[in-house]
Design a protein. Structure first.
Length: 413
């Protein structure tokens, strides 16, 4: 079997059985749902962090009748796990999604001139709908008529372009990005109010968001100046919007992963070859989302039951049971292994994987589980993982790219 098409299971654990010698019936009878254990396959009893076994299996308790009391179990992929044939052992803390944020700034403007930017979008929904044909959307704005001000004042105001482009982007029904306006330099309320008689909202630091009414006051303020070099300007900041999470009953027909949208920004019209977009925040994809793990659990259903998700008789979705909470954030352990079997006069390997998900709030229980696996796998050369992310938070909002972690915190074997 190809390792790219392995048989896999998804297990959810909230508490861990770290007692020695307990049977599956003992654990189910205790009634705790999502209670996960590592078991000696040959003895059918639980292991702790100081005992070893040749063959093991993982099992977690389930609540089948909805009374919040355990009455069944779900086991790891395959009949059992041959410890010596474990090939991969990793743990990945949940990492939050982060949009791409790009600033378009540093520009000036003339009157009666067109300025624009072109946004080239890419995400999984676009790829599935139209293949790898680029989705490109232009946003332009034409500045107002020239004033007869001779050679004393500039012939246009960049704030007008900022305001026009931001409005055009935010009014786009596609809704792939949103635009905000930010101050190019520090703005002082007293100075602007004194010149315009307006009501500027307050002092604004360079790079901070500025409201539409304040941008209009800046345009009025600039008109009171005789030196264009003293003009106060603003810039446009573009933030990508992810593909929406689809709500569904049993089968998700509109599942996309990853859901973040990437965008390339370039200048057109009066901005062609003029602007240099600045990335303020790099894009990051979510890992450990309950939404994604539930889809993975759905995909594993055909490996443990019927391969068909629709009823042959009614054409409607079969009743599928999920243990993953779509609204939860999870830290995920991945255990990959080969099952070696002798068949007639030759042997064969079956590639299998079990994904074990713990809510981010259950770091203590997760480390109990990892300590048991560490004891089994470290003699085979795998790195011990129980202490790899001791400082990881539980809020589900941290972005933890693997490339930013050290060897002691990356969760990799």
């Amino acid at each position: 079997m190809s390792t790219n098409n392995d048989v896999f299971k998804v297990l959810v654990g909230k508490t861990v059985e770290d007692g020695l010698g307990n049977t599956l019936s003992n654990i189910v009878d205790a009634g705790d749902v999502a209670h996960l254990g590592v078991f000696d396959y040959d003895k059918a009893t639980s292991l702790n962090s100081s005992t070893a076994a040749k063959n093991i299996f993982l099992a977690t308790t389930l609540d089948k009748d909805g009374d919040n009391v355990a009455d069944s179990i779900e086991k790891s992929a395959g009949q059992y796990i041959q410890v010596k044939n474990v090939r991969g052992y990793t743990v990945r803390p949940h990492t939050a999604a982060r949009p791409l944020i790009v600033k378009v700034g540093g520009y000036e403007a003339n009157c009666e001139t067109e300025y624009g930017i072109r946004l080239s979008f890419s995400n999984e929904e676009i790829f599935k709908r139209q293949g790898y044909n680029q989705l490109t959307v232009p946003y332009t704005y034409v500045t107002g008529a020239c004033d007869d001000c001779g050679t004393i004042c500039p012939t246009g105001d960049a704030n007008e372009v900022t305001l026009g482009l931001a409005k055009n982007i935010n009014n786009d029904p596609l809704g792939l990005v949103k635009a905000t306006m930010v101050a190019r330099e520090a703005l002082t309320k007293a100075t602007i109010d004194a010149a315009t008689g307006g009501a500027f909202s307050g002092n604004i630091a360079a790079g901070d968001e500025i409201l539409e009414a304040d941008v209009e006051l800046l345009i009025a303020f600039n008109k009171t100046l005789s030196d264009g070099d003293s003009y106060l300007y603003t810039d446009v900041v573009i933030e990508t919007i992810p593909v929406k999470v689809n709500k569904y009953c049993s089968v998700n027909l509109r599942y996309y992963k990853p859901r973040q949208t990437n965008v390339e920004v370039s200048g057109i019209a009066g901005f062609e070859g003029v602007i240099t977009p600045e990335v303020l925040q790099e894009l990051a994809y979510e890992e450990g989302s309950g939404y994604d793990l539930k889809q993975k659990e759905f995909e594993s259903q055909s490996m443990g039951g019927s391969p068909y998700v629709l009823s042959e008789a009614t054409g409607t979705a079969r009743y599928l049971e999920y243990t993953v909470d779509v609204n939860e954030k999870y830290d995920v352990v991945a255990l990959t292994y080969d099952s070696y079997n002798t068949e007639a006069w030759h042997g064969s390997l079956s590639n299998q994987t079990t994904w074990i998900a713990f809510p981010t709030s259950e770091k203590v229980e997760l480390r109990k589980f990892l300590a048991i696996l560490d004891n089994l796998l470290s003699p085979l050369g795998f790195d011990e993982l129980a202490d790899d992310f001791a400082s990881a938070g539980t809020a589900g909002t941290a972005v933890e790219p693997t490339e930013d972690e050290t060897a002691d915190t990356d969760g990799l074997a």
